[in-house]
Design a protein. Sequence first.
Length: 245
Amino acid sequence: MLKIEQLCKTYKKGAEALRDVSLIVEEGEFVVVLGKSGSGKSTLLRCINRLVEPTSGRIFLNDEEITGASNSKLRQLRQKIGMVFQQYNLVSRCSVQTNVLTGKLASISTLASVFNLFPRVDFEKSRQVLNRLGIADKEGDRADKLSGGQQQRVGLARALMQEPQLILADEPVSSLDPATSKQIMDLLAEFNKKDGVAVICNLHLPSLAREYGTRIIALSEGRIVYDGPATELSETQLNSFYDSQ
């Protein structure tokens, strides 16, 4: 499904965020990426959908190359990749429904999106998705009036609107309390199991990694230092892949 070959990213000031990263993610996998701050976790996810441009290497989704794709082709490929952000990345002044509908921006014209002219079927689907995530009653509320957990549910709903084959979740629960974190992780696990959506999720807590990940990838200084099941890691090894502060 997703194939990454010798991916490297060096920023302008010379910092090497990723060094020769190669991996394959199959359909239906729930991959957790662990690593201390600066290990390259966020850069990896952002390179996959080219929010960050790789310095070298190649990335393929279903044998279609993402790296080097034209703008129009990249737009098509991004429709298959949902993104969930640590800080939600919602348009705070807009309603919950409008934020969810932005998940369909790639499938309508720019002019239509400016005037919120989404097809009726998209409005209906947005209500279905919000109902599934338990926030249908917040449809007309401004996004900035919601709690952190509710805002992240909106972020998940936006990703689901794309009907993605892959969800990239970059520290989706780091700003949430433990109970809300589990609710969000349970939803990601549901999408993975019931919808068959592959998930790559950056996490800062080894306990969540062990509970939800079918596979763990650990990064250190931009390199993969572990790739395999959580069951083969001791607690000491698992804890070594994250910041203790």
